[in-house]
Design a protein around this ligand. Structure first.
Ligand code: DHB
Ligand code: MG
Length: 217
């Protein structure tokens, strides 16, 4: 559960720095109406993804885990007219909701939704991605990181959502496969010479969690 003060402070930050965004509110309404899980990134985190794309100058973005397209749209807005976002979604029903929202946002030309499990879709992609956002089934994070390195290049930015898990990453006794997958991914970021990485815990509207950020060396 999320302490009231974390939510209030996060709402203040979102109101102050992100602002109202009818287009993105429509995306969340469509996702809600379709009964999708409400586990999209927070508004301040969507804005962070948008800024990371712009700061890095990324033109080709890969997202693993589309859900309703909320983070997809934040990044698609940032890649520019000639930029592209390839986003992978395992659930066809989620992909359909995302496709409609991305079209409604006027970003259909920039976004290529691939329906299928990451492990099946990733080997079919042509590389050259400048930024990769990993936010799908946590059990597969090491597979996704391996593909991020293969489909990236030196300088590619890699962002992994949900690395804090209410501190469970430090619980050696956990049997939760999502926590184990997350921890294995973090260990890979620390040990694999293809990456240089750090991670930050966050508190806010989504509780206590965090992001890893890496560069492909
Ligand atoms: C879950 C997944 C996410 O990507 C997230 O940001 C929050 C929760 C989940 O599977 O519970
Ligand atoms: Mg997530």
């Amino acid at each position: 559960s999320t302490p009231r003060a974390w939510r209030a402070a996060d709402d203040f930050l979102a109101d102050t720095l992100v602002g109202r965004d009818p287009q993105l509110e429509a995306v969340l309404a469509a996702q809600h109406d379709a009964g999708l899980p409400e586990i999209e990134v927070a508004p301040v985190a969507g804005k962070l993804l948008n800024l990371l794309v712009r700061i890095s100058g990324a033109r080709r973005v890969l997202e693993i885990g589309t859900l309703g397209g909320y983070s997809t749209i934040w990044m698609a807005r940032a890649v520019g007219d000639q930029g592209r976002v390839v986003t992978i979604e395992a659930e066809a029903a989620h992909a359909a909701v995302a496709r409609a929202s991305i079209e409604a946002a006027g970003l259909g030309e920039r976004v290529d939704i691939r329906v299928g499990r990451g492990a099946d879709v990733l080997p079919t992609l042509v590389g050259g991605f400048d930024l990769v956002f990993i936010d799908a089934d946590k059990e597969s994070n090491t597979i996704y990181l391996d593909w991020a390195a293969k489909l990236g290049h030196p300088g590619t930015v890699v962002v992994v959502d949900n690395i804090g898990r209410e501190g469970e990453i430090a619980n050696d006794a956990t049997t939760d496969p999502r926590v184990i997958g997350t921890r294995d991914g973090l260990r890979m970021l620390g040990e694999d010479p293809r990456f240089d990485a750090t991670a930050l815990q966050t508190v806010g509207v989504k509780g206590w969690d965090g992001f890893a950020i890496a560069v492909v060396v």
